[in-house]
Design a protein around this ligand. Structure first.
Ligand SMILES: [Cu+2]
Length: 211
């Protein structure tokens, strides 16, 4: 009996992952890199990422993969969803307000699409945000861990600087709070050997850099 159950289970998983791989990008690159957003007792927001221009998040292109629906924006692009916005401690924007994140400046050619939890890629909108495709520069953050998708068509280094502020439901800054700022750094790197498809890509790339 156990044997039969296992066989059925394995067949179901194979069917599921087959569909998922055909339609949606996967969170290929690990670990998660969280942008910690906090508020101090003077109502000033802070945001911190453990990355820099010298230690950027890599954007990878996965040859042979194509994505459907809004995720097709990532087709033939170098991309990552490694960065995730997350609250650090208690952040209370006040009733009716929320945390907004607004693009201040970025390298030409960097694009952003709305993501979410990494385990729920099928639920994500992939809507263009932060000025991509003429979208608004500001984006209303739910306060839940959100891993947006960053993409670029060309190899190279990219960065984006954001203001993190308390806004009303329309995104207007609310008096009494001070904004924080953070810069995210990216590097679109050449596709490593097909091992990248097994999830070993970043390991190989790291070794090569140090070696
Ligand atoms: Cu995360």
């Amino acid at each position: 009996m156990t044997r039969i159950n296992n066989t059925v289970l394995i067949a179901s998983i194979a069917a599921l992952s087959g569909n998922a791989l055909a339609a949606l990008p996967t969170a290929h690159t690990w670990p998660m890199e969280h942008i910690m957003v906090s508020m101090d007792d003077t109502y000033t927001l802070h945001a911190h990422a453990n990355t820099s221009a010298a230690n950027p998040i890599e954007m990878l292109h996965f040859a042979g993969e194509t994505y459907e629906g809004n995720a097709s924006a990532l087709n033939d692009m170098y991309y990552t969803d490694q960065y995730g916005w997350i609250l650090d401690g208690i952040v209370d924007p006040g009733a009716g307000n929320s945390i907004w994140i607004e693009l201040v400046s970025q390298t030409d050619g960097l694009e952003t699409y709305e993501g979410g939890m990494r385990m729920m890629i099928g639920e994500q909108t992939f809507n263009p945000i932060f000025g991509t495709d003429s979208s608004a520069a500001n984006w209303q953050w739910s306060g839940m861990m959100t891993h947006n998708w960053y993409a670029a068509a060309q190899l190279g280094d990219y960065e984006a600087t954001y203001s993190i502020y308390v806004g009303d439901s329309a995104g207007n800054a609310v008096d009494g709070y001070s904004a924080g700022e953070v810069t995210l750094n990216f590097r679109a790197v050449p596709t490593p050997a097909p091992m990248a498809l097994l999830g070993l890509g970043s390991l190989v790339a790291t070794r090569r850099k140090r070696g």
